[in-house]
Design a binder for this molecule. Sequence first.
Ligand code: NI
Length: 189
Amino acid sequence: MAIREILIWPDPQLLKVSKPIVLNADGSVPDDVKVLVKDLFDTMYDADGVGLAAPQVGVLQRVVVVDIRAYESNDEGNRAEIPSGDPPIALLNPVFSDKSGKLEWEEGCLSVPNETGLVTRAARCRVDYVDLDGKPQTIEAEGLKSVALQHECDHLEGKLFVDYLSPLKRSVIKRKMLKLKAQRDDDEG
Ligand code: NI
């Protein structure tokens, strides 16, 4: 289990566009990408998030992981075992092939700790992606899962939820994050 450091906005790495994953000649997923996916899950679970994108750990590759079960977990923060199964998912090179409807959600982000903001997203979406076997797949989502997929894929374009907020709210959050970063740097000596 490897937990990577989550970058805090406005770290410059978070503002860059990530590069597509290139599969091996035999169509399989490179080992370093598989390790990255595992680390993203470990890091996301450690931080109690519902999603994480590779650029958030400083890797500019088009990889995101989503597991909305954290949101449905109980008060102790335990991940509920949801029998109907909305399994954790890793998406390589995700591309939206459809979006419809509108949904407002009070979003947060592991790169913007303790802050939230109201963002309007598509209520439903369809995403084409490559799975960990190197196979093309399509997923359809609505509600929180739709929101999470759009939020995480935004990270691959160097975009965060704060970019949807008013300039005032954004600058207030930015000041708090710069303070938080300075505190962390101090703590690390
Ligand atoms: Ni985020």
